[in-house]
Design a protein around this ligand. Structure first.
Ligand code: DGY
Length: 320
């Protein structure tokens, strides 16, 4: 009996040995993702696809494919048309849970960096501008005791809230559903409307999935509700923020600063006006980028793929 074929859209930080015992494996070796036409052709020739958030797995690709399983190495899957995959009975796997701490850690790195202007301070020093100790040099707000607004109190939002307890912060949150009273009590978190969260938070951190429902959740109206001292952090998905509105809010000092690990278009085009702002930090979608986390993500994605090839229920399946 011939082995099934799988296509993996990038080199992975995990061993493929086990997978290779049950499948013929082809790995895309380039640094850039496979172009759409190649992905489309591969999807028609293989049984299993292991993909990343950079790969567009749309309804056309799914409809034309011979895929029995799609396994995404990410917790988010807004690049995949889940409805189309479900209609074709193709299970889609993802990698929840294991990147929670790494993403919460990066969120905190960005909260602290934006508050204490670490990137600006580094540039200032390297530019030879450090001439003396100055009472009002590069001041930022206190993080301890401030109010943190969390949009989306799921796994990652809760991990961010747990870390905030060390800073004795007040937590406000919004979520699709209110969390259980034990969770609220443990995190000292208050369920509020988005409006109240925006009006009262000193730091606002986004942890909700990218979807049609959250597209441009934060735009001009929402920035107008925020405090002029507010600092906005996004380690979720770039589409949640209207970047033109963010540019206006930051350049007009309607809010104090922002730190983004994700942008509407990735990579952020080098002619983006956002890059001209001093009160903005941008990192290249590295929320889950710890060595241990990326290895576990790759292993979980391989395990989902193997289960799908064998016709078993995926350990971490997105479809209902
Ligand atoms: C995810 O997993 O969805 C992150 O954005 C990348 O690790």
């Amino acid at each position: 009996m011939s082995l099934p074929h799988v296509f993996i859209t990038r080199r992975l930080p995990a061993s493929l040995e086990q997978l290779q015992t049950i499948a013929n494996v082809e790995v895309w070796m380039e640094r850039q993702p496979p172009p759409y036409d190649i992905l489309l052709a591969k999807a028609q020739a293989v049984d299993g696809l292991l993909c990343l958030l950079t790969d567009k797995i749309d309804c056309e690709l799914i409809a034309a494919s011979s895929l029995k399983v799609i396994s995404q190495m990410a917790v988010g899957y807004d690049n995949i048309d889940i409805a189309a995959a479900t209609a074709k009975k193709i299970p889609v796997g993802h990698t929840p849970g294991i990147l929670t701490n790494a993403t919460a850690d990066l969120t905190w790195a960005l909260i602290m960096s934006a508050a204490r202007r670490v990137v600006e301070a580094d540039k200032f020093t390297r530019a030879g501008l450090w001439k003396t100790w100055e009472p009002d040099l590069l001041l930022g707000p206190d993080v301890a005791g401030a109010t943190l607004g969390i949009i989306g109190l799921g796994r990652i939002g809760q991990a961010v809230a747990r870390r905030a307890q060390g800073f004795e912060m007040k937590i406000l949150y919004t979520n699709r559903q209110r969390c259980a009273p034990e969770v609220e009590k443990l995190l000292n978190a208050e369920f509020v409307s988005l409006e109240k969260l925006l009006q009262e938070s000193d730091f606002i951190s986004i942890h909700t999935p990218g979807s049609e429902d959250t597209y441009h959740l934060l735009s001009d109206r929402e920035f107008a509700l925020m405090k002029p001292s507010a600092i906005l952090i996004n380690t979720a998905r770039g589409t949640i923020i209207d970047e033109n509105a963010l540019y206006r809010a930051l350049s007009q000092k309607q809010i104090a600063a922002a730190a983004l690990d994700v942008t509407e278009i990735e990579p952020l085009p080098m002619d983006s006006l956002l890059l001209s702002l001093d009160n903005l930090i941008i990192t290249p979608h590295i929320g889950s980028a710890s060595q241990q986390t990326r290895k576990k993500m790759a292993e979980m994605a391989i395990a989902n793929l193997i289960a799908g090839l064998k016709g078993d229920r995926l350990p971490h399946c997105v479809n209902p």
